[in-house]
Ligand binder design. Structure first.
Ligand SMILES: C=CC1=C(C)c2cc3[nH]c(cc4nc(cc5[nH]c(cc1n2)c(C)c5CCC(=O)O)C(CCC(=O)O)=C4C)c(C)c3C=C
Ligand SMILES: [Fe+2]
Ligand SMILES: [Fe+2]
Length: 355
């Protein structure tokens, strides 16, 4: 029987042991085309962390309906955000790569020589490919840093699964550490607050600030997923930092998928209801998304905007995600440093050749 363990990479003799950081985001299709979106959605929606319906029931729905109908419509939406928001190609991939490059430089400020690689849970560059690449560059310790500030079984735990699956194929597993959450980290809250304040300086201030987080099925919360509570904690800390009372901001959940009940209140129906009650202007941001993507640039900045205006709203002001904001990269550096404690981050002197 062939061994499931891959051969260990041959490192040039004298190459120092390195420390690596894997910056993980959700993923994105390789192109804004129906076949690429189908491949991406097939991988994404086959993950039982994401869809908790028994395979026997889910498979016919996924392969018989969703993967036949959704890719074409979804690709048309992806085409509207490709190259947008200051990005080239997929905004999610573009900003994740940029965050990795900047983080490497910022960690290097204090003389730390840490490898930083971007990775996507679904699509490319994949988590196993990037872990292989880090190992091939000599990484013997790797910190897994998901770009999800709030922990959810549907996202953070799925990144952990992908890393554990890769580890199962390795003869010599690097030391591994995982960041699970930073929803209340002062640097993250500060970066969000500065983004809102800059937006207010440039555009003035609307009647209400909407904080729209990605939704998850409500059942996951009832079963103990901490995601909802962590979103509310982020919302409260951000409002306090901005000096907002409860009447000045609204926290909602977007991107409902399928027929089940998801976390409420839902973003678009709340915008519509409030516009009908006379709300004229909103500022809207998505604090749980650390990069702009289809969910922010299309769903929030296009679809929800249209719904708000159609319901009588006048002024809809979208606030971009953290992307490559300097305070945010500083926060990522601080989160990484906290979790790298005790690990050597300087290249070690070459070891003497064995005699
Ligand atoms: C099917 C259920 C889904 C769950 C649960 C879910 C949780 C979840 N997702 C994000 C972040 C992102 N999701 C994105 C896209 C996206 N999400 C789902 C479904 C679920 N997400 C779908 C089907 C899609 C694809 C888009 C579409 O076809 O409409 C993205 C954007 C990807 C991109 O722009 O390339 C992000 C980011 C979080 C944080 C989360 C739970 C906390
Ligand atoms: Fe999603
Ligand atoms: Fe969406």
């Amino acid at each position: 029987m062939l061994s499931r363990f891959a051969p260990e990479p041959q490192l040039p003799s004298g190459q120092p042991e390195r420390t690596g950081v894997l910056l993980c985001n959700l993923g994105t299709p390789d192109a804004a085309t129906a076949p690429a979106v189908r491949r991406y959605l097939a991988q994404f929606l086959s993950d039982d962390r994401v869809v908790e319906i028994p395979k026997l029931l889910w498979w016919p729905i996924l392969h018989g309906i969703i993967l036949r109908l959704r890719p074409k419509a979804s690709a048309a939406k992806y085409a509207t955000v490709w190259d947008q928001g200051g990005a080239t190609g997929s905004p999610l991939l573009y900003f994740t790569e940029r965050q990795a490059t900047l983080l490497r430089g910022w960690l290097g400020e204090a003389g730390a020589n840490v490898l930083v690689a971007p990775a996507m849970r679904y699509g490319n560059p994949s988590i196993p490919a990037q872990l292989d690449a880090l190992k091939a560059q000599g990484a013997t310790r790797i910190l897994i840093l998901p770009l999800y500030p709030q922990y959810s079984g549907t996202t953070t735990a799925s990144v952990c699964d992908a890393v554990y699956d890769w580890a199962k194929t390795q003869r010599h597993i690097p030391e591994l550490r995982f960041v699970h959450r930073y929803h209340d980290h002062p640097g993250y809250i500060e970066a969000l607050a500065q983004t809102v304040e800059q937006h207010w300086r440039e555009n003035g201030r609307a009647q209400k600030l909407f904080l729209s987080f990605h939704g998850v099925p409500e059942r996951t919360w009832q079963l103990g997923d901490p995601y909802r509570d962590e979103c509310y904690a982020t919302g409260r800390l951000l409002a306090a930092r901005l000096g907002l009372d409860d009447s000045q901001y609204v926290l909602t959940f977007q991107s409902r998928f399928g027929k089940a009940k998801w976390l409420e209140p839902y973003t678009e129906p709340t915008l519509v209801a409030m516009a009908r009650q006379g709300l004229e202007s909103v500022d809207i941001m998505c604090p749980g998304f650390t990069s702009d993507c289809i969910e922010t640039l299309e769903e929030i900045n296009q679809e929800a905007r249209e719904a708000f205006v159609h319901a009588g709203g006048k002024d809809y002001r979208f606030i971009p995600c953290l992307n490559d904001h300097a305070t945010w990269i500083g926060a990522l550096r601080d989160v990484a440093r906290q979790h790298l404690q005790g690990w050597p981050v300087q290249p070690e002197p070459p070891t003497a050749p064995r005699t």
